[in-house]
Design a binder for this molecule. Structure first.
Ligand code: NAG
Ligand code: NAG
Length: 322
């Protein structure tokens, strides 16, 4: 038996076991530095995901009281992930930035953004995954370039244009960033017309074809790219980018990479024989973005594309949904 296939079988068995034996709930999201204190995440302000602030999840008890569930700091990439045993209903809970984590090296930890509700992204067997819209944390004072940008100073001698701060430079990374946990493979009995055990590789056109909508199972078209691919993807493609929108991208290497990576991710869930495992799709995608050169972005995109087109001999085994 081919080792990759064996690995996938083990992974499948393990995820099914974990999910059914204990039940498991994951909450994840990002915190951005709202540099201009305008209450929103804006690419024009160069707002970036911020590391070292604490995020608290609190839930109403139904009688007007509030219980704190968990508090954890954001990681190097501005993301946080909290997991809970069992499958508690967290739909009435919110996430808030509460302040700097111990030893935080940031001036953007005063909190200040509104709490955000937890949204159930999907439920599979006993696994629940919640996402949270981006939280913001603010500096004590808006950064200096903010006011000069929105209100130009009049005068005979215009001030020299404010220099925009550059995005924080990521130091070279010894290992991959922590990635959001992925949902387990969908159970086979729930997928009557999916050729899960059959080799199948579909292209992005197949996944966006409305005739095959029922093949979207583990994730749905509105799932945010950031939830699956993590903070680096959020920084590159924005936090509003959905899987569906990402599948339509074309015209530059980054859009092509995203389109092919999403397609590969969907394929990895729909066929056990797909050459990439879902986690490895996420990892290869992140490595290409972190390398940052157009060449490696394009290379990764082409490798995914090759796999999505079945390496020349596997076809797409979709049947139109009833
Ligand atoms: C925080 O702000 C202070 C004063 O404005 C500055 O001296 C310091 O370098 C800043 N620290 C960071 C990490 O940006
Ligand atoms: C999938 O898309 C490819 C490329 O557009 C097409 O040739 C193929 O027929 C499609 N397969 C199915 C099952 O629709």
């Amino acid at each position: 038996m081919d080792p990759l296939f064996k690995f996938k079988l083990c992974f499948l068995a393990l995820s099914l076991f974990l999910a059914t034996a204990y039940g498991y709930t994951v909450v994840s999201g990002f915190v951005f530095c709202d540099k201009c204190k305008d209450g929103q995440v804006s690419i024009f302000d160069f707002d970036y995901p911020i590391n070292g602030v604490k995020v608290k999840i609190a839930c109403g008890d139904g009688k007007g009281g509030v219980t704190d569930l968990r508090e954890e700091p954001t990681n190097f990439f501005g993301g946080y992930t909290m997991s809970f045993e069992g499958t508690p209903d967290l739909s009435g809970c919110t996430a808030t930035v509460t302040g700097p984590a111990q030893g935080a090296m940031t001036n953007c930890s005063a909190g200040g953004g509104p709490p955000r509700s937890l949204k159930l992204l999907f439920r599979l067997l006993d696994l629940e995954m919640y996402g949270v819209d981006p939280l913001v944390s603010q500096p004590d004072q808006p950064m200096s370039f903010c006011s000069s940008r929105s209100a130009p100073v009049p005068g005979p001698k215009p001030p020299s244009p404010p220099s925009l701060p550059s995005l924080p430079k990521l130091p070279p990374l010894p290992k991959l960033p922590p990635l959001p946990p992925l949902p387990p493979f969908p159970p086979m009995r729930q997928m009557p017309h999916t050729p899960f055990l059959e080799a199948s590789a579909c292209q992005h056109e197949n996944w966006t074809n409305p005739d095959y909508k029922c093949y979207w199972r583990a994730v749905n078209p509105d799932t945010k790219v950031a939830v699956i691919f993590g903070a680096i993807a959020a920084e590159r493609y924005g936090t509003d980018m959905t899987l569906w929108k990402g599948l339509q991208g074309r015209g530059d290497p980054y859009k092509t990479l995203l389109r092919e990576a999403i397609t590969a991710f969907l394929n990895s869930y729909s066929s056990l024989h797909f050459p990439y495992h879902s986690l490895s799709v996420v990892q290869h995608f992140n490595l290409a973005l972190m390398d940052g050169s157009e060449r490696s972005v394009l290379h990764a995109a082409l490798r995914f594309k090759h796999a999505n087109s079945g390496n020349g001999h596997v076809t797409c085994k979709f049947d139109p949904c009833k």
